[in-house]
Design a binder for this molecule. Structure first.
Ligand code: ATP
Length: 366
């Protein structure tokens, strides 16, 4: 277990500025997901932490020891940081045991560490199987077991579930999270998948254009995004034109309460954010509701997104739960009700921001 601290790190490749002052702290024993679109600098950050790339400016510290700074790059093997790549990259000619044993000292091999880490990832009893006899998900589990085996201070995971199909991904993700937690690992996971980051991590660090633009617990990043870009990137956003009135706003959905992320006055002339689950769909003839027409229905099994249009043309998205029981046909008229406060932003451009909330000190969510 170790604390990882990245401070004001810059990294360019010729003209391309891949990192422009990245700050990131990963507390000991926690999992941070670095979430960003393609090209935002996630892999570069991971490679600098691992020691595969030198940094141009700033520094990286592991438990207070400086492992990277301009002119100082502790080589990867001396950092002892483990990396799990996108596709496990197992040695094809070695058994599962041989793969996990690779890099372990003789003492650890003899004292059951291999069996322990394989049990953590749900592969107890698979020691003698060959990689080509394993499914993709099982191979990724072995890769994680191999990474955890020598008790590395930090485990870096580079989009480790992207090659797996959706059903398997959720299952392997849960098991890997459980294994990291059981082993007390400090971990950084890189992903461009919002749902994955929000579901698996203790902290989500949102990266955009070479900077961490917000970091915080998943519910804070989703519920109190630092700026409009983060709001749109981490989830479905419903933007409403709004005329601000003291602590509320007049919108096409009627009057709503308004809050800002940082407590500063909202940006004017203003538009406000709602999440689709804040909009309840009710029968059109219900009392005191705004009516809308269903434009599209995006069925997702456990829920559905309804694309709607108000009579003034404003597009709205609502999330409905238990969608199988409510057909909401395209072209039909429905009523809408808003729950909770809308969010307004006091700025429109991205700038470094940290969202925090009081925390009880527990490292991993249950
Ligand atoms: N070795 C390199 N040489 C030149 N440019 C590079 C190199 N590595 C990364 N870049 C550039 O740096 C920027 C950030 O790339 P990086 O791979 O870190 O982004 P990413 O967020 O991981 O993207 P993806 O999700 O697509 O992997 C991109 O513009 C990329 O083209």
């Amino acid at each position: 277990m170790a604390e990882l601290r990245v401070t004001a790190v810059h990294k360019s490749f010729g003209e391309v500025r891949a990192m422009r002052g990245v700050d990131l702290t990963v507390r000991s024993g926690t999992l941070t997901a670095v979430l960003g679109p393609s090209g935002s600098g996630k892999t570069t950050l991971l490679r600098c932490i691992a020691g595969f790339e030198p940094v141009d400016a700033g520094e990286i510290r592991l438990d207070g020891h400086r492992i990277a700074a301009p002119g100082r790059t502790v080589p990867p093997e001396r950092r002892r940081i483990a990396v799990v790549p996108q596709e496990g990259a197992l040695f094809p000619h070695l058994t599962v045991r041989g793969n996990v044993a690779y890099g372990l000292d003789r003492h650890s091999r003899r004292t059951g560490r291999i069996e322990t880490v394989l049990a953590l990832v749900g592969l107890a009893g698979c020691e003698d199987r060959m990689p080509h006899h394993l499914s993709g998900g099982q191979q990724q589990r072995v890769a994680v077991a191999r990474a955890l085996a020598p008790h590395p201070p930090v485990v870096l995971l580079d989009e480790p579930f992207s090659a797996l199909d959706a059903a398997l991904r959720a299952e392997v993700r849960e098991d890997v999270r459980g294994a990291l937690r059981a082993d007390g690992a400090t971990a950084v996971l890189v992903t461009h998948d919002q749902a994955e980051a929000l579901s698996i991590a203790d902290e989500v660090a949102v990266m955009h254009d070479g900077r961490i633009v917000q970091s915080g617990p998943p519910d804070v990043v989703y519920g109190a995004p630092a700026d409009p870009w983060v709001a749109g990137f981490v989830g479905e956003a419903v933007w409403l034109p709004a005329e601000l009135t003291g602590d509320g706003a007049r919108t096409p959905l009627g009057p709503v309460q308004v809050v800002t992320t940082d407590g500063r006055p909202p940006y004017a002339p203003g538009r406000v954010l709602l999440r689709p689950e804040q909009i309840e769909v009710v029968p059109a003839d219900s009392a005191a509701v705004i009516t809308a027409t269903v434009v599209r229905r995006d069925f997702r099994g456990h829920d559905a997104l309804l694309a709607l249009r108000l009579t003034d043309g404003t597009p709205i998205t609502a999330r409905i739960f238990n969608p199988a029981s409510v057909p909401h046909l395209v072209g039909s008229e429905v009523g809408l009700r808003v729950h909770g406060a809308a969010r307004a932003f006091s700025r429109t451009v991205q700038s470094p921001a940290v969202a925090t909330r009081p925390r009880g000190g527990g490292a991993w969510p249950g």
